[in-house]
Structures are given as C-alpha cells and as structure tokens.
Design a protein. Structure first.
Length: 325
C-alpha cells in the first residue's frame, strides 16, 4: 500500500491553490456575501477544486482500492456543485443529484441487498442530510476544513488500527488535502471551498463511514461521534427552525457557530474552540473503539454539548433583546 498518498494529496492541493490565487482564475469564482454569510468582502471560493485535485491525486496511488460506487457519485456531485457555484441552481436539481449519488452508493456497496429496503431508505435520507449539513456548516473561516482534517484523519487512524491499509490511505489523503486547504482558509481566510468542496465532502463522510463499517474498521456509532461537532449543531438548528415553521431551504445565520460570531467572537476564536471539540470527539471515539465504555463516552459528550449550547442560547436571547432595545 502506497504510504505516500497523503503527501501527494497535500502537495497537489497546495500547488493548485497557489496557482489559482496567482492566476486569472483567482477572480473567476468569487463568494459574494449573502443573507447567510459572515464575511463582507469578495473571497475566491474555488478551494474545493484544489481539495479534490489533491484527494484524487492521492487516491491515484491506491487506485485499486477506489470503488466505482464511491468515485461515480463523487464525480456527479462535484460537477453539479461546480455548476451551482458558477451559475446557481434551484434546490430540486441539487437534491436530485444528491439522491442519485446516495442511491448509487447504497446499491453499489451492497448495503441495499444486505440490509434491506427500510434500512437503505434510512441510510439514503441520512446520507443526503449529511451531504447538506456539511455545506450548512461551511460558513466560517477554517470550520469545514478543520472538520475534514480531524474527521477523516480519525477514519484513517481507526483503519490503521484495524490493519486496513487501503481504507487508511483513502481517508488520510482526504485529511491531508484538507490540511493543505487550511493553510489558506484558516482565519483570516484567503479562499473558501465552495459547494464544490463541501457537498462531495459531506457525501464522503457517509460513504467512507459506511464502507469502513462494512469492512469492520469501526462500529456504526464511530462516524457519528467523530463528526458530531457538525451533526449536533446542524441537526439542533434544523429542529429548532422546523419547530418555528421556518423554511428549511431559506438562507439563515442561526447555527451556533454563526451566533457566536454575530455576538462578537472572532472567526479564529470560534475555529479554535471547534477544533478542540473535533479533537476531543475524535480522540475519545478512538479510545472507545478499543477500550470500551462507549455509552459512557456518549453520555459525557451529551453533557458537554448541552453545557455549551444552553449558555449560548441564553446569551443569544440577551443579545436579541439588546439589539431590539
């Protein structure tokens, strides 16, 4: 197994970003601030192209380990998301492409045949949700890049512990590409990843998470805990907005990380706190993977998230009252 895959991934990502920023392509795809944005200036959002150039270059060294049902959906999502970044697409074609990608993955991986229709439907909806929530959480400097680095590195570490070198190199190549991207995305960001980066990465969280479970690299709870910093924030926010009757597709700035920044915290402060959460979740997930005490670890993290969210909710209510006073 080629251990140089992550090195190739990070070097290619860095090289492509430098090329984009120092060529006319740097101004080709700009992120224009909107109702969901936390920035006020134009920033290139072609970082996802560099990330995927790095990932695919790393994967090329272990091409025999890349399944068609993993690569084909990623290509579909990459092309649709790039078109969305360039021209803007309605919600329906974007969702359709995500359901097609998830269906290909579930059929090609054998999950549908092995687990049955009902389990496949649940996994289909979860994959589409994960694909979108990764995009929702890509709204502050360094956030999605950091989750990609920590999350897929934990996948890689777990695969190495399970002596599955192929899964390890696939996962570590993704984490390495994210590290290269973070050199330009850590606050203050010089580049964003765009939907072309976040949408396929969200899908890949589910796809590699499922594949690793099928190959006995980790149990089903492992990906959920590793990526819980994104899952918890996005899911609680969606539930809160749904309870209020707000439109799910409407742009907003109500995620916990967005509220923290709107109350005066800097992008750097929020990123560093999130990194501590990501490192803590990944580290304890790896410990629980081989040391047991899974439910105890889960209970601890429920308490941690609750102790973080409740004070933030209270602070946000005070902030809103002061804004309207």
């Amino acid at each position: 197994m080629n251990q140089y895959s992550p090195i190739v991934a990070v070097l290619v990502t860095l090289s492509v970003i430098v090329f984009i920023l120092h060529s006319r392509f740097g101004g080709w795809l700009q992120d224009v601030p909107n109702a969901r944005s936390l920035h006020a200036v134009l920033v290139p959002r072609s970082g996802g192209i560099a990330i995927w150039a790095g990932i695919l270059s790393g994967w090329a060294l272990v091409s025999h380990a890349v399944a068609w049902w993993l690569l084909s959906p990623l290509i579909i999502l990459f092309c649709v998301s790039l078109l969305d970044d360039v021209r803007g697409l309605p919600v329906r074609p974007r969702l359709l492409s995500q359901f097609i990608a998830a269906s290909l993955m579930l059929a090609g991986s054998g999950f549908l045949a092995q687990q049955g229709l009902m389990s496949a439907l649940v996994m289909l909806l979860f994959t589409v949700w994960l694909t979108n929530l990764y995009n929702f959480m890509d709204g502050a400097d360094g956030l999605a890049g950091g989750m990609t680095l920590f999350g897929f590195s934990c996948y890689g570490a777990a695969a190495l512990l399970a002596q599955n070198d192929a899964m390890a190199m696939l996962s570590l190549s993704v984490g390495a590409a994210a590290l290269g991207f973070l050199c330009f995305n850590f606050p203050p960001a010089k580049m964003f990843m765009g939907d072309v980066g976040s949408i396929p990465l969200g899908f890949l969280v589910a796809a590699l998470g499922l594949w690793g479970w099928q190959q006995d690299c980790w149990p089903v709870w492992f990906p959920l805990l590793v990526f819980s910093p994104f899952l918890v924030d996005a899911s609680v926010t969606l539930a809160r907005r749904t309870w209020r009757g707000a439109r799910i597709t409407e742009a907003h700035r109500e995620h916990y990380y967005q509220r923290a920044i709107r109350m005066g915290r800097t992008h750097r402060e929020v990123a560093l706190v999130e990194y501590m959460l990501m490192l803590g979740c990944g580290g304890t997930a790896l410990l629980a993977l081989h040391g047991g005490y899974v439910w105890q670890v889960m209970a601890v993290w429920v308490c941690i998230y609750t102790s973080l969210m409740l004070p933030l909710d209270a602070a946000w209510k005070r902030h809103e009252r002061e804004q309207h006073a």
